[in-house]
Ligand binder design. Structure first.
Ligand code: ARG
Length: 466
């Protein structure tokens, strides 16, 4: 026997139908066990539910079920201990486990694959895996939301410049700024919860594509595995991976939000801003420049967003133009999906730690907020309250800003006589309006940055998180 034949004769997907063994190159090319073995625990769980159903339906005997359960218990222990004899000769996680079960349980092991195919098996495993990955991700998103609330609690009254076009625009509370990210993450969590509903359906019973002539009971299997229902069409059940694509889209948005936040932290940590200091343990040095302290963690999260976005496009492209029903293309769904889940989990965890260790420089934020005539809009709205049409008020303040600029002064630093030149309606009460605190306090409507309003928003968010 040649090496090839030896390998091939052990393979379960190879039968008497073939005249020659698969080539070593093809075996290597088609095997997925190197990456799909992480589905092992889900594969075992699904097989046990399937076997129990087969026994209840009278398709296998009680003793056979017992032998399968015993064999699977040992296999699970071997997988956990890292002693399971994974082999590329058995292609994927499913055949490796079935092969091992037959070694351990004999005849009974050979009956497990009744009324099932690897097509509905792999779709089931993947959904079980993804359901648990979603639950883990949701926990991490909540953890980050909690860290945001803790930080926001301390900075309701911290004033910072709010930006548009990265130019100072209007003063905002730093807590309000943080709560913007809380909102993004709340939507991310909602999306994941919604995605989970569509992930949590049982494909098993679809067999290869057309179901089975044997008397199976899909509802019982669904219930035992914690699925909310079954996939209603056998062709769809084995072929579509839209649930995985949806998860990757949710993940891409999580990463996009983290990436935006990271970008801001990178800017804020730059001494030109000086708004925050990153704890040393989240920074790295340079191999050549001794003075450097770099925000690599934030940069890496920003960078990994590209990788997660790439996985989304990979899965969309994988699915595009696949005819019904199962095609081997779908084996390519696993690596992008696994890496997506791993990447967002790692990014969320490290980001949360980094945020919790952030040192905020209130004085520096305040100093920056005093620049750029930042309360000019407040002055325009002040004039509106005094009866001036907004467009006129806008122009009057624009002139005042121009005047301040020519003096090298800030708008808020001009005297009353100076200000009155631009509108006779300006009075002594204008200085409250031009001050940072006055500006903040005045924006007390729903969704505004007034400290009292932000405090209420934090309390509401905390309640919603529980
Ligand atoms: N390893 C395969 C996958 O991940 C399992 C299904 C194989 N089915 C088949 N008909 N070859 O998709």
């Amino acid at each position: 026997m040649s090496d090839n034949e030896k390998v091939d004769s052990e393979s379960k997907s190879r039968s008497g139908r073939f005249n020659e063994p698969v080539s070593a190159e093809v075996q290597r090319f088609t095997a997925s066990v190197a990456f799909d073995q992480r589905l092992a625990e889900f594969d075992i769980e699904a097989s046990l539910a399937h076997a129990r159903m087969l026994q209840a339906a009278g398709i296998i005997a009680e003793g056979e079920l017992a032998a399968i359960e015993k064999g699977m218990a040992q296999i699970r222990a071997e997988v956990r201990a890292g002693s399971f004899p994974w082999s590329e000769a058995h292609e994927d996680v499913h055949l490796n486990i079935e092969r091992r079960l037959t070694d351990l349980a004999g005849e009974a092991g050979k009956r497990l694959h009744t009324a099932r195919s690897r097509n509905d098996q792999v779709a089931t495993d993947l959904r079980l895996y993804l359901r648990s990955a979603i639950d883990q991700t949701l926990g991490l998103v909540k953890g980050l939301q909690r860290a945001l609330l803790d930080l926001a609690d301390e900075h309701v009254d911290t004033v910072m410049p709010g930006y548009t076009h990265m130019q100072a625009a209007q003063p905002v509370s730093f807590a309000h700024h943080l709560m913007a990210y809380f909102e993004m993450l709340a939507r991310d969590a909602q999306r994941l919860v919604d995605c989970r509903k569509r992930v949590n359906r049982l494909p098993l019973g679809a067999a290869a594509l057309a179901g089975t002539s044997l008397p199976i009971d899909r509802q019982t299997v669904a219930k035992e595995l914690g699925f909310e229902g079954v996939c209603e069409n056998s062709l769809d059940a084995v072929s579509d991976r839209d649930f995985a694509i949806e998860f990757c889209a949710c993940a891409a948005l999580v990463m996009t939000h983290l990436s935006r936040f990271c970008e801001e932290i990178i800017l804020w940590a730059n001494p030109r801003f000086g708004f925050v200091k990153l704890a040393d343990r989240y920074c790295t040095g340079s191999s050549i420049m001794p003075q450097k302290k770099n925000p690599d963690v934030a940069e890496l999260i920003r960078g990994k967003t590209g990788r997660v976005n790439g996985h989304l496009v990979a899965l969309l492209t994988l699915m595009k133009a696949q005819p019904l029903a199962y095609n081997r293309d779908n084996q390519e769904d696993k690596e992008p999906l696994f890496d997506t889940a791993d990447t967002i989990a790692a990014s969320l965890a490290v980001f949360t730690e980094m945020l919790s260790a952030l040192e905020v420089n209130r004085e520096e934020m305040r100093r920056a907020a005093k620049l750029g005539h930042i309360t000019a809009t407040d002055l325009a709205e002040y004039l509106v309250r005094k009866g001036v049409p907004f467009r006129e008020a806008h122009e009057a303040v624009a002139q005042a800003v121009r005047h301040a600029e020519s003096r090298g002064a800030e708008l808020a630093k001009l005297g009353l006589a100076d200000l009155k030149r631009f509108s006779a309606r300006i009075g002594e009460d204008v200085f409250e309006v031009l001050a940072l605190e006055g500006s903040l306090r005045a924006r007390s409507h729903l969704g505004g940055t007034a400290p009292a309003r932000v405090k209420a928003a934090i309390a509401k968010a905390r309640k919603a998180l529980r």
